[in-house]
Structure formats: C-alpha cells, structure tokens
Write a protein that binds this ligand. Structure first.
Ligand SMILES: [Zn+2]
Length: 67
C-alpha cells in the first residue's frame, strides 16, 4: 500500500467535503420520503450529489488523502 501524505482524520477540508456530500444525500432522501419529487427535482438532487462527490474525489486526488 502507498503511504498517504495526509491523514484523513486530520484533513479538515476532506471532512468538510464529506460532510457536504452526506448532507446533500440526506436532504435528498428526506425530501423523497416527504413527497414524491418531480423528475426535474430528482435530477437536480442527483446533480447536486454528483457535484459534491466530484469535489470530494478531486480533493482526494490533489491532496492524496483518500482512504
Ligand atoms: Zn485532504
């Protein structure tokens, strides 16, 4: 295994991005349970989740703090 230059536990930015992704997912799921979303709304939440995930992956690649 390769050594990670940045410990995940000590990477604040990684934690923040991970939290953001979790928040988007949680809110999307909550809304879906609350009422049925339109196709557009569903697509919007999917996009938000994709964006949050992309930011996290980008950060991991740049920072090398992925698990
Ligand atoms: Zn990091």
């Amino acid at each position: 295994m390769t050594q990670t230059p940045c410990d995940v536990l000590s990477c604040v930015e990684h934690e923040r991005l991970e939290f953001e992704l979790l928040e988007v997912r949680t809110r999307g799921q909550y809304l879906t349970r609350l009422r049925s979303l339109t196709r557009e709304e569903q697509a919007e939440w999917d996009r938000r989740e994709q964006r949050a995930l992309a930011s996290l992956v980008d950060h991991e690649l740049e920072h090398g703090c992925n698990r």
